[in-house]
Design a binder for this molecule. Structure first.
Ligand code: UD1
Length: 429
């Protein structure tokens, strides 16, 4: 298995182009199932999860073509992918594909709305908790679908037609909002989604659906109003910049020092994170091309965070922020309330000499003077990049194993970092 080797201690300086967001591209790609016209997506990142979803969509009969374009020496593929779901050949999403990526379960919404049926494997557990799909199924039933679960598969059928609903999510769910939004566009009549996710990725999807002819207002707030239409057409839209990638590189500079420009970064996608980093002592200057991030030699201040749905501090940056706090001057508290088991990185950070104790949903981090390089193991996508960041700051050599997690969500990671002066290298097995 490939691993990443890092010699820590180098400051970062240079420009990092920000890729399109994986978490925005995935639901946009799934929305292609709603139309028999072509949906073209710009700035689709080149990542394992995206490639897997193209395979899943192909299995349903979706044709796609890619216009690859390598824009920057330092690595960002700004691909345009055209999806054509004119002929849906198959409404079954099998276990061997869905079990590898939870978001692929979301195909259930558009397949049901357009074809009147879908059979999708339950996504199963994952490293960060059980992550059920009960609210998604509850919502689909309310639209009028008949839902049964047999042999690990959800079978969804429309009894007559799907009709608009007034639905309140029990808790904010990003995936639940994506699915219900897609179904509502083709359901008869009006739908109101309350306590909906306000994430920028939901706005990106709603904008795309509106370009396709849907009638959606309120995306980006907790109440979304949709009036169903009888058919959707094709469209062309850009995937928004990846706010988790922006936050990750900003945290990396906070940790190792230096001065980088995050090209294409947009501060409105992560204002809480930037505010938190400023409190910790990281300097951030914005212009219309992106964000300049730098840190001088002053020590890092400890800052407490609690993960929250957007616009709060994202759970997908919790592990990276914990890495940063391991080097702060003092004690910080990091509370995770979105997922039940998202502290797998704690024991790996301890291998660098970090001092972290866990109590329930809160980690208490006592900053140490320096970290020492170590051999560590990636456990999930975001946790694995927190280990890379720690390795960049640590003295000596770090080896990060099981890096296939990183390839799911960080485009050209080693290339982008080494272009800015980091000593980082992939060792192929
Ligand atoms: C998305 C993101 C993921 C991010 C997460 C929270 C993608 C591809 N993934 O995941 O990176 O960490 O949002 O910002 O965009 N829940 C239920 N029942 C349901 C649905 C959700 O109990 O039917 C719970 C989950 O277990 C979790 C919470 O709701 O505790 C939030 O999960 P959700 O927002 O749905 O996460 P995802 O959409 O899967």
């Amino acid at each position: 298995m490939d691993c990443i080797k890092i010699i820590g201690g180098n400051k970062l300086s240079g420009t990092i182009p920000i890729s399109g967001a994986k978490n925005a591209a995935l639901p946009l790609m799934i929305a292609s199932l709603l139309t028999d016209d072509i949906l073209s997506l710009e700035d689709v990142p080149y990542l394992a999860d995206i490639e897997l979803l193209t395979r899943i969509l192909s299995n349903h009969g979706v044709d796609y073509s890619v216009n690859g374009r390598r824009e920057h020496q330092s690595g960002a593929y700004s691909r345009i992918i055209h999806f054509n779901a004119r002929h849906i050949a198959n409404t079954i999403a099998p276990y061997d594909l869905v079990s590898r990526m939870r978001a692929s379960f979301w195909v259930i919404g558009p397949l049901l709305a357009r074809m009147g049926e879908a059979e999708v494997s339950l996504p199963g557990g994952c490293a960060i908790g059980t992550r059920p799909v009960d609210w998604i199924l509850d919502g689909l039933r309310k639209f009028g679908a008949d839902i049964t679960i047999e042999n690990g598969y959800v079978r969804a059928r429309t009894k007559t037609i799907l009709c608009g609903i007034d639905y309140t999510f029990p808790k904010v769910t990003v995936g639940g909002t994506h699915v219900m939004l897609m179904v509502a566009t083709l359901a008869r009549g009006d739908t109101v989604l309350r306590n909906a996710a306000c994430e920028p990725e939901v706005i990106n999807l709603a904008n795309c659906l509106n370009l396709m002819g849907a009638r959606i207002i309120g995306a980006g707030t907790s109440e979304i109003y949709i009036t169903g239409v009888s058919r959707l057409s094709g469209a062309r839209i850009k995937v928004i910049p990846d706010r988790i990638e922006i936050g990750t590189y900003a945290i990396a500079v906070g940790m190792v020092g230096g001065d980088i420009f995050l090209e294409g970064a947009d501060s409105s996608l992560l204002s809480t994170v930037l505010q938190t980093l400023r409190k910790a002592g990281v300097h951030i200057i914005e212009n219309d091309q992106g964000l300049r991030i730098f840190r001088d030699t002053s020590s890092l201040a400890p800052v407490d965070i609690i993960t929250q749905p957007f616009p709060g501090f994202p759970t997908d940056l919790q592990a990276q922020f914990m890495s940063l706090m391991t080097c702060a001057k003092g004690r910080s508290h990091i509370t995770e309330i979105i997922f039940e088991n998202r502290f797998m990185h704690v024991q790996e950070l301890a291998r660098f000499g970090a001092s972290i104790s866990l109590s329930g949903h809160t980690a208490t981090v006592e900053g140490v003077k320096f970290l020492k390089g170590a051999e560590v193991m990636a456990t999930d996508l975001r946790a694995s990049v927190s280990l890379v960041i720690a390795g960049l700051a640590a003295e000596g050599e770090t080896v990060v194993n099981r890096i296939y997690h990183l390839d799911r969500g960080f485009e050209c990671l080693e290339e982008k970092l080494s272009h800015c002066g980091a000593q980082i290298q992939r060792i192929r097995a």
